[in-house]
Design a protein around this ligand. Sequence first.
Ligand code: BEZ
Length: 255
Amino acid sequence: MSAKLRTAHDQDWSASSYQTHARFVSDLSVAVMEWLAPRPGERILDLGCGDGVIAEDLMARGVDVIGVDSSPDFVTAAQARGVDARLMDGQRLTFDSEFDAVFSNAALHWMTDAAAVTTGVWRALRPGGRFVAEFGGHGNVAAIVTAMRAVGLRRGGDITIAAPWYFPSPEIYGALLASHGFGLRRIGLFPRPTDLPTGMAEWLKLFRAPFFAQFGPQADDALHETVELLRPALCDGNSKWTADYVRLRVEAVKP
Ligand code: BEZ
């Protein structure tokens, strides 16, 4: 999903943890799939294909799919589903005028060089091809990030690694696409409160482990403190956790 060279602060993905704690990510892709409206015989790139669940669904609809992801574990999991999945940095796509559509769900926020992504998507599309994506938009997981920063400040940690994501507003992202030549068909930002079936601590461990790892033997304490800061805002009286997701959904066309 992330797409650059790895550093000590980078995210490591385990396809099995993702399956357990974040299956909702692909389960919640129905609306963006409707925007994509894939047709049998089309050739579509799934950018940030993760463990290949959506690519498999596209294949079942008669689509010729290639998936790319920067996580070796995800690529292996996608290949095990029969997906033509390749290890590739989404900020350095190598395709040239070969896709009817580029599709991406819940991946672009990991690719902070959005201009490089856009250049690669443009190049990968045939003239008339469409780019349909959904990812975190401006304000996404704001409460969660604020709680991590508060804990980081209190413990003298590095708060710059609390939120390594790209969450643009529709205005910013629309302008980026337009500056690369895309015609914007539709774009929207909307809150999508998201149930966390296995709770907040598991979400934090899956999605932001490097932030907590910086506290060494106190990592678990820092995690617990973050969860308790969030409890009044994001956990209801039935102990059900909800993350404050905000999505940006977009469709653009290469003329
Ligand atoms: C998201 O899907 O919005 C998301 C995933 C991981 C970290 C932050 C946000």
